[in-house]
Design a protein around this ligand. Structure first.
Ligand SMILES: [Zn+2]
Length: 170
């Protein structure tokens, strides 16, 4: 059986066979990301009140990192006892599966504290890590360039949003 999507282990960089691993996020990291985001927002608000210009390139760069979705063989998992939300690899083998999981996860209040958006973007761009397609898909980038959530794009990559947007438009 040939699958549309391949799961690549973060540790050994090999594809994961059905039943041998999963995609997971550490819920304690999700909680920490939420705490960091609130602290960042409070700091931005205080700076705004004191007249410091907000959303400068510097402040966007300092936006706290989201919790990272990881992909591991069960035998490669560095923290198997973590309190995680996990998806077994055999349940995410097609683009339809990925859309289904995205719809499902959008019902979780904490999804925005994770880098699921970056995982999806990397999958669409055949980045070769985490969830990646077996066959490079056609991506109509020009249709969405510059329309994404600027703040989230900047946050996910740790770079200012304007830089990302300019790259897409070039
Ligand atoms: Zn592995």
């Amino acid at each position: 059986m040939t699958y549309e999507l391949i799961s690549i282990c973060d540790a050994c960089k090999q594809a994961i066979a059905d039943g041998e691993g999963g995609l997971w996020v550490d819920m304690s990291e999700v909680e920490q990301a939420s705490i960091n985001e609130r602290a960042w927002e409070q700091l931005e608000a205080e700076q705004h009140e004191s007249g410091v210009r907000t959303f400068s390139g510097e402040s966007i760069q300092s936006y706290p990192d989201p919790a990272r979705w990881r992909v591991h063989h069960y035998s490669c998992d560095p923290s198997p006892s973590a309190n995680s939300y996990a998806i077994e690899v055999h349940r995410c083998r097609s683009w339809a599966d990925l859309v289904w999981w995205t719809a499902h996860l959008m019902g979780k209040s904490w999804l925005g504290q994770t880098d699921w958006d970056e995982l999806l973007q990397q999958a669409s761009e055949s980045a070769g890590n985490r969830i990646t397609p077996a066959v490079r898909p056609h991506l109509h980038q020009a249709q969405w360039a510059g329309r994404g959530s600027a703040q989230k794009t900047g946050r996910s990559t740790g770079r200012p949003a304007w830089h990302i947007r300019r790259c897409h438009l070039d």
